[in-house]
Design a protein around this ligand. Structure first.
Ligand code: ACM
Ligand code: ZN
Length: 721
């Protein structure tokens, strides 16, 4: 009985398959989640190869995009035509009067027609993105898609459930940043990055074009900037040790290439914001024009990472005119309403000693006060002067949050990166703000705790969950002040990211979480449901051969806890506290049963520098022991080394201790591997109530750039048995 039923079913299926493939179904559960989706049970719209796309004036390119996307996903391009009357098919329209804000859209799906109406062309474009992301992506290789799914297998297509979708963005500014200076990124890859942004409904691309380690934009008035400044003669190996490779690295974008890129982005409704970082991060420019620095040089295009002390001389009129010229040429190339002028990480040590800078401070009547130094105000002079140059051409400046240190003009938009505090202060003062805090939106940070199996990166720990929980509108602000938060952005710095494949790996899928914040800023967040929608995005990433991280799709189960031992969760005290920044929950982190994991700032390690970790555990009863083990993190670039010695003492009364074991561990060399390592001491069995463990570090060895300074130790989970 059962068998014959199966046979009949299989026969029917085969017959059906030979004549016509069943249509696959679109699903509107996408990233970002559309704000309103109302479906009905009318017969679905059938998107088939003969479906036509009709466009109203000004939407031809959008129609072509839709056709291309359908071809990418379903394997057949749709024909596009100018709109006439009320035909069946897909219709693209601009209806500004239907919407209360820019970039909004509405999609009506009926059995015969799909209408995408936008408040503007961008709105239509986002409607198209929604349709694109709703289409079912089959797992077959895209190169075979056409033949397999269409030509060879009979008529097929896709069903769009009928109903209505209404959607609009919460933030007007939705951006991502990219640093092609630390490692050069070829133009074609930058275009792929723009494709990634478009797929995530972003409209701002912050392009960081100047750095200590390389100048990347052709400036016709100063050709040396790219002849000399675009190349460095080697790069430090790892996290700023003393070893360098000798590979010349660099590249730059010509103004023609940039105009082409701007056009490419504009078609995708993305504005490119160029950044010239001032007055710090200018060493590559100084290498070309040493007279513009306080000391006169010589300077090299920097081969190290970090913050150079050599900055533009603020007291030198020639240097200021140089910057003005550069900004003017940048504005000739980029039509962006925003021009980013940096302002981050500008050490003042040269200015403090420079006669020209000091003369300028006098001339301007600048005085230090209880908040800021005279040199801080000198930086405000530079930033405000450049803001005037930018504003004279009808543009607005963006600066990193350091520009609040002084008296920056209220017209500047503040990009809050060191946290949200700068953004909060700025919004209170009336600045517009873009939130890009490193605590949640620095995509150059690790996205997994299993750093031994991740490509080396700058550090930090920023998993999807943390990005997704970010609240761009701080509760500390009034609703009126919150209106100054115009946008949200994530940044990708490339000190440790040398290929575009790696850029993609760091960007995705964290971009999915960012997109949800930018477009929806959802009040209630359901991480699990969100991850399900990310799976659909991942199918598109596969289709387009985008590289992306898969941690959230294959959650790793690893030994996160240690076996219960004599010390587990017993009273523990530290004779000296850890560094304040790395104290977290204090001593109890050391015997909470959970193993140290992730980066040094994951909260699972206690950090000590210049003195030993000295912990006393009360075992709460006399117990026999003969082993002590602990784990330590080694990240030499971050000055974190292994312990040099572990000492064990015991006591019966908690007051008088006697040493029972001491073991030395070798000092690491730069060539040794970073990672998490166990340090174990075995000794003659001893019975006692209290165990004291003393873990000592050492000074940084000769092959480290910080030679002679004390190394850090980061320790977790002391086990006793
Ligand atoms: C920055 O990350 N230095 C803005
Ligand atoms: Zn100077």
């Amino acid at each position: 009985m059962k068998k014959s039923f199966l046979f009949l079913y299989a026969t029917a299926f085969l017959l059906f398959a030979c004549t016509k493939q069943p249509l696959s179904q679109a699903s509107y559960d996408i990233i970002p989640q559309p704000k309103e989706v109302r479906l009905n049970d009318e017969k679905p719209f059938e998107l088939v190869p003969k479906t036509l796309v009709y466009y109203e004036d000004g939407l031809q390119r959008e129609a072509q995009f839709l056709s291309e996307y359908v071809n990418d996903i379903l394997g057949y391009a749709l024909n596009v035509q100018a709109y006439q009357g009320q035909p069946d098919g897909i219709v693209l329209k601009m209806v500004p009067e239907n919407f209360g804000q820019a970039e909004a859209y509405e999609i009506n799906i009926t059995p015969k027609q799909v209408t995408i109406k936008g408040a503007d062309a961008a709105g239509v474009f986002y409607g198209i993105q929604t349709l694109r992301k709703s289409l079912p992506v089959s797992p077959i290789d895209s190169s075979q898609r056409t033949s397999q799914r269409w030509n060879d297998m009979g008529e097929t297509g896709c069903q769009l459930p009928c109903g209505m979708i209404r959607d609009w963005p919460n933030f007007a500014y939705r951006g991502m940043h990219l640093d092609p200076c630390r490692h050069f990124i070829p133009l074609d890859s930058v275009k792929v990055y723009i494709d990634m942004l478009a797929m995530h409904n972003m409209n701002q691309f912050h392009f960081h074009l100047s750095e200590d380690q390389g100048w990347r934009i052709e400036i016709k008035k100063y050709p040396e900037l790219t002849e000399i400044g675009a190349y460095r003669n080697g790069t430090v190996i790892g996290h700023n040790g003393n070893l360098y490779d000798t590979i010349r690295h660099g590249g730059f974008y010509t103004q023609d290439e940039l105009r082409d890129l701007i056009q490419y982005a504009a078609e995708r409704h993305i504005n490119i914001i160029p950044e010239i970082d001032l007055p710090g991060h200018m060493q590559a420019a100084l290498a070309c024009y040493p007279q513009l620095g306080c000391t006169g040089g010589p300077y090299e295009v920097w081969r190290r990472w970090g913050v150079s002390e050599d900055v533009i001389c603020a007291g030198n009129e020639e240097a200021m005119l140089f910057v003005e010229d550069v900004l003017n040429e940048v504005m000739d190339v980029f039509p962006s309403p925003y021009i980013h002028i940096g302002g981050d990480e500008c050490p003042k040590v040269r200015w403090e000693k420079c006669p020209k800078c000091q003369a300028k401070i006098k001339e301007l009547g600048i005085k230090a006060d209880d908040k800021f130094s005279a040199e801080d105000y000198l930086q405000s002079y530079v930033m405000n002067r450049m803001a005037k140059v930018v504003e004279a051409r009808g543009r607005r400046v963006i600066g990193w949050d350091e520009i609040l240190e002084g008296n920056v003009s209220e017209t500047a938009i503040i990009m809050s990166w060191r946290g949200t505090e700068g953004g909060i202060e700025a919004a209170r003062k009336g600045h517009d703000v873009i939130m890009a805090p490193c605590s949640h939106l620095y995509f150059d940070y690790y996205q997994s705790e299993d750093i031994a199996n991740e490509p080396m990166c700058i550090g930090g720990y920023l998993p999807m969950e943390r990005v997704y929980e970010f609240q761009p509108l701080p509760e500390e602000l009034t609703p009126e002040q919150q209106k100054h938060i115009i946008g949200v952005q994530a940044n990708i710095w490339t000190e440790y990211i040398a290929s575009f494949r790696h850029v993609q790996y760091m960007a995705m899928p964290r971009m999915d979480a960012l997109t949800e914040l930018q477009w929806n800023n959802p009040q209630e967040r359901d991480f699990e449901a969100f991850v399900e929608r990310c799976r659909k995005m991942a199918q598109l990433y596969d289709l387009y051969h985008f590289n992306y991280a898969k941690h959230i799709f294959n959650p790793q189960v690893w030994a996160d806890t240690v076996a219960s031992n004599l010390a587990t969760r017993k009273p523990i005290t530290l004779r000296q506290q850890p560094a304040e920044k790395y104290t977290y929950d204090g001593a109890k982190v050391l015997n909470d049963g959970e193993l140290g994991r992730g980066a040094y700032n994951s909260g699972r390690w206690l950090g000590f520098c210049g003195y030993p970790l000295d912990a006393v555990v009360d075992l709460e009863q006399v117990a026999e022991m003969q082993h002590v083990r602990l784990h330590a993190l080694v990240n030499k670039g971050a000055w974190i080394y292994n312990p040099s010695q572990v000492k064990v003492l015991v006591s019966d009364d908690g007051e008088t201790f006697r040493e029972v074991a001491q073991k030395d561990f070798p000092i690491s060399t730069w060539a040794d591997k970073d990672g998490i390592f166990a340090f174990e001491v075995e000794f003659e069995p001893v019975a006692a109530r209290y165990a004291e463990v003393v873990v000592s570090g050492y000074d940084l060895p000769e092959d480290h750039s910080g030679f002679g300074h004390p190394a850090w130790i980061f320790v977790d989970e002391i086990e006793v048995w």
